[in-house]
Design a protein. Structure first.
Length: 81
């Protein structure tokens, strides 16, 4: 039996607060839709770089799927005299 993916949590605020003391992570604050509590996370910079790559990939896929296909040129057969 396949387990269903949980519904994503809606984020209403995302902020970068500071660098960690070793400057290898960024401290971010998240606020969710159904809670007023602000949660803080230390996110390694490499994870943020991966996120940027993922966002660029998603953007490219989105643009490719919404682009109108180029129509094929029509060839008119020559009429014999």
């Amino acid at each position: 039996m396949k387990q269903e993916d949980p519904a994503p949590v809606s984020i209403v605020a995302l902020r970068a607060d500071a660098y960690s003391p070793d400057r290898k992570s960024v401290i971010i604050s998240l606020t969710t839709k159904f809670s007023t509590a602000e949660r803080k996370y230390a996110v390694p910079l490499v994870c943020l770089h991966d996120l940027i790559v993922d966002l660029q990939r998603l953007n490219a896929e989105s643009e490719a799927s919404t682009a109108e296909p180029v129509p094929e040129p029509t060839v008119t057969p020559a009429v014999a005299d």
